[in-house]
Design a protein around this ligand. Structure first.
Ligand code: SAM
Length: 276
């Protein structure tokens, strides 16, 4: 393994003062970074997409694990540090300068399966997460998502029906994927330390339930959670056939969205597709 300087030294040498506008909070603890890089399992020879490598802390952990990494970074100040890191792992690192929200990830990865690892600012991370989990094409090309979120967002992703945090994000993350909270990360692990705690979420795709359209499921959960305190008979009134589907499935229409399990949403979406 190449001997690398501490990340703190890389940051200082390349003048990478953290930018608030770019949501930069860097991880410097190499043991913690190695544990995050190990969450998808053995990455030797695997293709990895890393979004927002910054000075390359997680990147170096991935390279040490033997991954072939494609990293998208928006802050061009970080590029020389990343190119330097790539030099220590010949042929393993490709660095792309750009906005990950504007790039077609499947095309970038040349249509081959890949794992995603990322520590992103909250707004960008959530937008990408929704994009990775949406659409009719399933299974996706990504084999796993290992993503750092602020704790409150991670709770919303893994919440179960009845939890305060349960809502659209949980349904999206769980109806055809396993989503688990893999690691809690104290805010002091970051430089500079953010105000809130963080957590790493690990997601793997599962089989898409038969006879369900993603569009219908999303429409249902959007309507239901758009008025989460209202009874289903009110919140789903605008979705044609939904109230009849509830009755046929024996789901009480006086319940509220927050009590409806992911499996129940799937059943209603299936009934609506079948009744078309
Ligand atoms: N991965 C590094 C780490 O863990 O220390 C840096 C994490 S820092 C929280 C987030 C990184 O994402 C920054 O380097 C920032 O410049 C980059 N970034 C922010 N928005 C981005 C976007 N839309 N596309 C690509 N990179 C982005």
């Amino acid at each position: 393994m190449p001997d690398l300087p501490p990340i703190r030294e890389v940051i200082q040498r390349h003048g990478l003062a953290a930018s608030k506008a770019l949501g930069q909070n860097f991880l410097l603890d190499e043991q913690l970074l190695a544990r995050i890089a190990a969450l998808p399992g053995d990455l030797a020879g695997a293709q990895v997409l890393e979004v927002g490598p910054g000075p390359g802390g997680l990147t170096r952990a991935l390279l040490r694990a033997g991954a072939r990494v494609t990293a998208i970074e928006m802050d061009r100040r970080c590029l020389p540090a990343l190119v330097e890191l790539g030099g220590s792992f010949p042929g393993q690192l490709t660095v792309i300068e750009g906005d990950a929200l504007k790039i077609d990830h499947n095309a970038l990865m040349l249509g081959a399966p890949f794992h995603v690892l990322s520590n992103l600012p909250y707004n960008v991370g959530t937008a990408l997460f929704v994009r990775w989990l949406s659409g009719e094409n399933w299974p996706p090309l990504w084999q796993s998502l290992t993503l750092m979120f602020q704790r409150e967002v991670a709770d919303r992703i893994v919440a179960a029906a009845g939890d305060d945090a349960y809502g659209r994000l949980a349904v999206l993350a769980q109806w055809r994927s396993d989503a688990r909270l893999a690691m809690k990360v104290h805010r002091s692990a970051f430089t500079p330390a953010p105000k809130v705690m963080s957590a790493v979420v690990h997601v793997t795709p599962t089989a898409m339930p038969d006879g369900v359209s993603a569009r219908m499921l999303e429409r249902l959960s959007e309507a239901a959670f758009g008025q989460r305190r209202k009874m289903l008979r009110q919140s789903l009134k605008g979705v044609p056939g939904a109230l009849e589907a509830l009755a046929a499935l024996g789901i009480d229409e006086t319940r509220r969205a927050e009590t409806v399990s992911v499996d129940e949403f799937v059943s209603v979406a299936r009934a609506l597709v079948n009744n078309r």
